[in-house]
Design a protein around this ligand. Structure first.
Ligand code: NAD
Length: 296
C-alpha cells in the first residue's frame, strides 16, 4: 500500500481520494478549500497545509485540478511540488487540461528524475464515487506500470494511450465526438418531431440502425426512451454543459496547434458556447436539444 499525496479534492478528487483510503492506501490531502480536505480527513485521511506539504515524503502524488494553469503552478517553480518531492516519486495528474501544459508538466517532472503520467478520466462524479472511472494514461512504460495499481483503486478501465500528453489527446478526441454526436442526435429528434415521427419510434429505429451512437443510447436528450438520461430530470447533470464546452475548447486548441481541420468540432464548440452563454452551463449537455428546438 502506498503513501499518497492528493491535491485538489473537489467533486471528482474528493471521492477518488476516499476510494484510495478504502483500498488501504494512506492519503494526505490538500485543497485551497479547507472544508473539502475535511471530507477526506473524515474518511481516514490526513490534512496537508500546502501542496508542497502534500507532496513531501510520499510515494505518489495525484492531482485533480481545474485547468492547465493550475497544474503548472502547483507542479513547477520554487513553490511547486516538484521542488520538494523525494526523488523517484510518481506523479499522476488526472485533471482534464490542454495537451501542451500536460507535456510541459511531465517534462519538468522527468527533468527532476521523477516519473509522471497524465491520466484524465471519463465517468463523471458517479464514476469517481463508485471507483468506476476510465483512466486514459499518457507517459512512459515505467511510469504507467507504477501508476496502474494506484489507478485501479479508483477506476475500472485503465488504458495506456502512449507517450506524455496522449491521455489528454484521447480524452479530448473522445469528448469532441460526444459533443458533435449529441448535437446530431438532438437535430434528428427535433426534425423527427416536426415531421410527425414519435420520439420513441425514432429512438427504437435509430438505436438499432446505422445512426446509433453512445450519446443516443446512454444520454438520450428527450425524456422517455432512456429512463436514466438527464432529460427525465429536467436536464439536471449528469455531465454539465460547461464541462462539455471546456473539453470542446481544449479540442479546438489542440486542433489548432496540430494544424488539424475539425469543422464539426468547431461548429459544436460554437453551439455549446451559445448554449452556455444562455445561462445553461450548469445543466446537462444533452439539454442543448432545447436550444436546437428553439431555433426551429
Ligand atoms: P472542482 O472544481 O470540484 O475541483 C477542483 C478542486 O481543485 C477545487 O476544490 C479547487 O479548490 C481545487 N484547486 C484549485 N486550484 C488549486 C490549487 N492551486 N491547489 C490546491 N487545490 C486547488 O472540479 P472537478 O469537477 O472535481 O474537476 C476536476 C477536474 O476533473 C477538471 O479538470 C475537470 O475538467 C475534470 N473532470 C471533471 C468531471 C466531472 O464530471 N466533474 C468529469 C471528468 C473530468
Amino acid at each position: 500500500m502506498a503513501n499518497i499525496g492528493f491535491i485538489g479534492v473537489g467533486n471528482m478528487g474528493g471521492p477518488m481520494a476516499r476510494n484510495l483510503l478504502k483500498a488501504g492506501h494512506k492519503v494526505k490531502a490538500f485543497d485551497l478549500m479547507p472544508e473539502l480536505v475535511q471530507n477526506v480527513v473524515g474518511a481516514g485521511g490526513t490534512k496537508a497545509g500546502s501542496a508542497q506539504e502534500a507532496a513531501q515524503d510520499v510515494d505518489v502524488v495525484i492531482s485533480m485540478l481545474p485547468a492547465g494553469k493550475h497544474v503548472l503552478s502547483v507542479y513547477t517553480g520554487d513553490k511547486g511540488i516538484l521542488a520538494v518531492a523525494k526523488p523517484g516519486t510518481l506523479f499522476i495528474d488526472s485533471s482534464t487540461i490542454d495537451v501542451k501544459s500536460a507535456r510541459e508538466a511531465i517534462a519538468a517532472a522527468e527533468a527532476k528524475g521523477m516519473l509522471m503520467v497524465d491520466a484524465p478520466v471519463s465517468g463523471g462524479v458517479a464514476g469517481a464515487e463508485n471507483a468506476a472511472l476510465t483512466f486514459m494514461v499518457g507517459g512512459s512504460d515505467a511510469a504507467f506500470a507504477k501508476a496502474r495499481p494506484v489507478l485501479e483503486a479508483m477506476g475500472k478501465k485503465i488504458v495506456h494511450a502512449g507517450g506524455a500528453g496522449n491521455g489528454q489527446v484521447a480524452k479530448i478526441c473522445n469528448n469532441m465526438v460526444l459533443g458533435i454526436s449529441m448535437i446530431a442526435v438532438s437535430e434528428a429528434f427535433v426534425m423527427a418531431e416536426k415531421l410527425g415521427l414519435s420520439a420513441q419510434a425514432m429512438f427504437d429505429i435509430v438505436s438499432s440502425s446505422s445512426g446509433s451512437c453512445w450519446a443516443l443510447v446512454n444520454h438520450c436528450p428527450v425524456p422517455g426512451p432512456v429512463p436514466t438520461s438527464a432529460a427525465n430530470r429536467d436536464y439536471k447533470p449528469g455531465f454539465a454543459a460547461e464541462l462539455m464546452l471546456k473539453d470542446l475548447k481544449l479540442s479546438q486548441e489542440a486542433a489548432r496547434s496540430a494544424g488539424a481541420q475539425t469543422p464539426l468540432g468547431a461548429e459544436a464548440t460554437a453551439l455549446f458556447s451559445e448554449y452556455v452563454q444562455g445561462g445553461n452551463g450548469p445543466s446537462d449537455y444533452s439539454g442543448i436539444i432545447r436550444m436546437i428546438r428553439s431555433m426551429n
